[in-house]
Write a protein that binds this ligand. Sequence first.
Ligand SMILES: C[S@@+](CC[C@H](N)C(=O)[O-])C[C@H]1O[C@@H](n2cnc3c(N)ncnc32)[C@H](O)[C@@H]1O
Length: 317
Amino acid sequence: MEYRHEPVMLDEVLGYLSPRIGKNYIDATLGGAGYSLAIAGRIGKGKVLGIDLDESAIENAEKIIKRNKIKNLVIANDNFAILEQIVLEKFNGRTVEFFGIVFDLGLSSAQLADRSRGFSFAHDAPLVMSFGLTQGGGPKTEQIVNNWSPAELTRIFREYGEEKFAGRIANAITASRIQKKIETTGELVRIIERAIPLSYLKKPGIHFATRVFQALRIATNGELLNLEIALESAVKLIASHGRIVVVSYHSLEDRIVKNIFRREAKGCICPPDLPVCVCGRKPRLKIITKKPACPSVLEIGGNPRARSAKLRVAEII
Ligand SMILES: C[S@@+](CC[C@H](N)C(=O)[O-])C[C@H]1O[C@@H](n2cnc3c(N)ncnc32)[C@H](O)[C@@H]1O
């Protein structure tokens, strides 16, 4: 199956990252390699390290590298949560300076379209939803659905999916799995459909299963924790005046990015009532986008997937 993904806010990402000849960059979410290739083409002998958990993204990038004889794209099939370790391994322990990193969070169009992956409520598939089939190591979606307590399910549906009927859906899942293990996305969609009021099912707008599927994907892949860990590492890894660019697609991710940027831009973490700083922490970031940048109406028209994108940028001091 061909790997298809239209890069979101590519011009803005390149504008903020401003790749320079001879410098190295990290694309923490390689996907269809849209950002990686654009960066690689602008930096001469500088290198791009492209990371992805998904084997199919890696295979696709390997083909592109071979076909186009690209010499400066280094790829890693791994989790960006272990950024520093990946850099050490890929550059044989040599000290390499990176002048920017970009994260384009969530899943690619290719992953969503791949019927076997279980990301979409539109196709019946096993409950998998992992970004990486061999990497990752988080809880399996099927395990979450069949073993987590109603309280835990309610929490993730509410927190990660902002689902209004979180409790009702969690109870319906628990009742259903007593009769029979829930094995497919189709079974799950039917349970959700029965659990929520008819009036809500008929509302125009997003599909009634969207929020539960989003919550399960986030839980399966440990997305929020991975992002926090990776941003902390990026702050340490990227060279002075280098930039951290993050494109996120839902409010939870955007909040994590905003809060980490703010905290690192502030430095001191002493309680406000202390007359002098005792923590000694210095600001490590300068925030470049006070408010997140959003895609243009034109881009959204051509690529509806871009509609929820928010881009934030910070610069290492
Ligand atoms: C939105 S796509 C990136 C698209 C890419 N910017 C492009 O232009 O084609 C997000 C990618 O990040 C990957 N991903 C998500 N979480 C990851 C993680 N913790 N570590 C590595 N890759 C991850 C997904 O597998 C997916 O391929």
